[in-house]
Design a protein around this ligand. Structure first.
Ligand code: NAD
Length: 263
């Protein structure tokens, strides 16, 4: 039996007490960057959210990202079909990145890492956690500012360039691709991630719909060990809400700065 989670507006909850020796696992999703102006999958296609955190009724799409179909820009098949279009899409995201700034949610997580042992795992490909000062960030879905070869084993490398005309090629002759994990591909660093999950005392998930696996399954994994408190923070009830102890609803940039009582 899994207890029913407490779900409600963040303001109704008391600050979280985190003991000095507690190990905190933070998982962030697209929602943590939303207030910086980076769009999530769910707010594409004009989908809005009810102020009370309910899922939007009708017309909401999770199949679009910046007006592109997910299968066109976030799958290997889409890339193989039209590498030029996919590179244009990611080049545009790269071009926008410098004008996007970390928000109070990123900053609060960076401060938390100064005070407590934090393992910060993000599904985001942006670099906003790093720019906010988080000392170590595990990018399970890769990084926008890196590229790798689609054909050979050459390791990924830093690449902020935009490719709006011809898709770039590796020295082996194969196509280079953005160093991001597309749907159907295996995320990075899973061994490290599960080792950190198994050690954590508090699991804090921020702005993730709970619809994309394996990240969506981390909280259920923790349920089996039964050790960690599991808290969700985000605009709406996530799909995996049942597995959390608490779902505090609201904007990450408003909830996170006052969330933790470190005394
Ligand atoms: P998602 O788009 O499926 O869900 C985002 C969640 O954030 C939603 O549940 C929404 O309610 C919540 N949200 C929106 N605004 C918020 C705010 N201000 N504060 C708190 N929560 C807010 O995103 P996901 O669960 O991270 O999942 C999927 C995939 O999206 C990942 O693979 C990720 O790589 C990719 N993605 C990344 C970025 C990025 O790098 N910034 C942006 C879009 C999508």
């Amino acid at each position: 039996m899994v207890p029913i989670p407490r779900v409600g507006p963040g303001a109704e909850f008391e600050p979280l007490r985190i003991g000095r020796t507690e190990r905190v696992f933070v998982l962030t999703g697209a929602g943590v960057s939303a207030e910086s102006g980076v769009r999530t999958f769910r707010d594409a296609g004009g989908a809005g959210f009810a102020g009370d955190g309910r899922r939007p009724q009708g017309g909401a799409s999770i199949g679009l990202w910046y007006e592109h179909r997910i299968e066109d820009v976030a799958t290997a098949k889409g890339f193989e079909r039209d590498p030029r279009m996919v590179w244009r899409f990611y080049s545009e995201r790269r071009r926008q990145l410098p004008s996007v700034k970390p928000n109070p949610a990123h900053q609060a997580l960076a401060r938390l890492a100064q005070e407590r042992e934090v393992f910060l795992c993000t599904q985001n490909v942006d670099d906003l956690h790093e720019r906010a000062g988080s000392p170590e960030v595990v990018h399970m879905h890769g990084e926008l500012l890196r590229s790798r070869c689609h054909s050979c084993e050459r390791p990924s490398f830093v690449d902020a360039a935009g490719y709006f005309e011809e898709p770039p090629r590796c020295r082996c002759g194969g196509l280079l691709r953005p160093h991001v994990v597309w749907f159907g591909e295996i995320p990075f660093h899973l061994e490290r991630i599960f080792a950190a999950l198994d050690k954590c005392d508090l699991f804090l998930c921020v702005g993730s719909s709970g619809a994309v696996h394996p990240a969506a399954g981390f909280v259920s994994h923790l349920r089996h060990t039964g050790r960690a408190r599991c808290i969700y923070l985000g605009l709406e009830r996530p799909d995996n809400a049942y597995a959390f102890d608490e779902c505090r609803l609201g904007k990450a940039g408003e909830l996170l700065p006052g969330l933790v009582d470190l005394r």
